[in-house]
Design a binder for this molecule. Structure first.
Ligand code: MLT
Length: 408
């Protein structure tokens, strides 16, 4: 069969597969190494009991003729979409209705699948560094830097690691706040500038707010819909992975406001919500009933309280890491309102290709801590390293001791 040539341009492995493979190799050579995982953002705290019980009950329902659920609605069950609309939006004064919410098996799939609705000539703007799924999925769809269909927006110490609207017109802009990987958060003013740009350019903003629950500063926006006019230009992607320990269970959602409009190549208007519904009904049968029951249980008062407590633990880990790395003489961004800590080189340092992987290897060999090399997130990440606050408090303190004792 004829293959998709676009795969030839991708890096050989997906970033986190490459990291995992290097950790496996290291373990094979150092069988007694007690590695502290601070690479992929995988959580360590278990599911809330209410969630586990709701899942168990839903599983039992599936064993009775009277309560059995077969195919579910592709957009997600009403009980979950209503809970999301009410708790995550309406109760915060944001106008989002249940029929604008699409339940998925996680933010990663939704983000990657979005390319299905972009025109083949669409130009997308991506921050650099960036969550690799944004870049890889667009490259698989045939968009590359070389033929001008991906515009990378460098995010360095010069702009506080935050992208600003480009001079050129683009069709789609991806924003992630709190940012993966740099941990920085866009302010209301910065987000407002992006909304103005999108209104003017008739562009779509893909707002990835998978880490919104980590925002503790009340002046920072958790949702793009807190800003005026955002409904006209933005979709918002959210996930239960990092907020509720669903990295293994898989569930998230994306909001498509009804008024979002795009344009076909003949100039006629198309409704983006309807296009996505068409895409999902064709290619997706919905997240499982059992998992959606588990997600709905998150919207009870005790579960909300326990989520807040878990997030406080991860945030505290991130601050401990940030402070220890600063004390060791590193430049560090993130670690506040974010589970990620981003080490970056001195302003005038000469950064060489491979520096990030060299830092990764040093941290692994000297400290037995696995991290993610910044270069895996893009060219501007070269020389940088990402650590996460998702491990346990005990392991985080142990990691700090190891860093102190090392030359790192
Ligand atoms: C990360 O470490 O960047 C994330 O865990 C990856 C993901 O959510 O897919």
């Amino acid at each position: 069969m004829l293959l998709n040539d676009n795969f030839k341009s991708l890096s050989k492995s997906y970033l986190f597969s490459e990291v995992a493979s290097r950790i496996r190799d290291f373990k094979a050579q150092h069988t007694d190494a007690d590695i502290i995982r601070m690479d992929i953002g995988d959580v360590t705290l278990p599911l809330d009991r209410c969630v586990a019980e709701a899942i168990a009950q839903a599983a039992m329902e599936q064993s009775c003729v009277s309560s059995f659920h077969g195919y579910g609605p592709e957009q997600g069950y009403g009980f979950l979409r209503e809970a999301i609309a009410e708790t995550d939006y309406n109760s915060r004064g944001i106008d989002i209705s249940p029929d604008e919410i699409f339940i998925s098996d996680g933010a990663k799939s939704d983000i990657a699948n979005l390319t299905d609705i972009y025109g083949s000539q669409a130009i997308v703007a991506l921050p650099d560094p960036v969550y690799p799924v944004y870049a890889d999925s667009n490259e698989i769809a045939g968009r590359f830097t070389t033929n001008g269909k991906i515009l990378y927006m460098p995010c360095t110490i010069d702009n506080g690691f935050k992208p600003t609207p480009p001079r050129d017109r683009v069709d789609v802009v991806y924003l992630c706040s709190p940012n993966n990987p740099t941990g920085t958060v866009l302010t209301r003013q910065e987000l407002a500038a992006w909304i103005d740009y999108a209104l003017d350019a008739k562009a779509l903003i893909v707002f990835d707010s998978a880490y919104e629950a980590y925002i503790t500063d009340p002046t920072l926006p958790k949702s793009i819909y807190e800003l005026p006019d955002a409904r006209k230009v933005a979709i918002e992607v959210r996930s239960y992975s990092k907020t509720a320990g669903f990295t293994g269970l898989r569930c998230g959602y994306t909001v498509f406001p009804r008024e979002l409009t795009g344009y076909f190549s003949d100039g006629t208007a198309g409704n983006i919500h309807d296009l996505w519904l068409r895409r999902q009904t064709t290619k997706f049968n919905g997240a499982s009933y059992v998992v959606q029951r588990g997600a709905a249980a998150l919207y009870t008062a005790p579960a909300q309280q326990s989520l807040r407590e878990n997030i406080a633990i991860y945030l505290n880990n991130a601050i401990i890491l940030r402070d220890a790395l600063r004390a060791a003489g590193h430049n560090v961004a993130g670690g506040e309102n974010s589970p990620y800590v981003w080490i970056y080189p001195d302003y005038d340092a000469e950064v060489k290709k491979g520096d990030s992987w060299r830092l990764f290897e040093r941290m692994l060999h000297e400290c037995r801590i696995s991290t993610t090399p910044g270069s895996g997130f893009g060219k501007c990440g070269e020389g940088c390293l990402r650590l996460t606050g998702f491990n346990t408090p005990e392991n985080t303190l142990e990691a700090v001791l190891r860093i102190k004792k090392s030359t790192f």
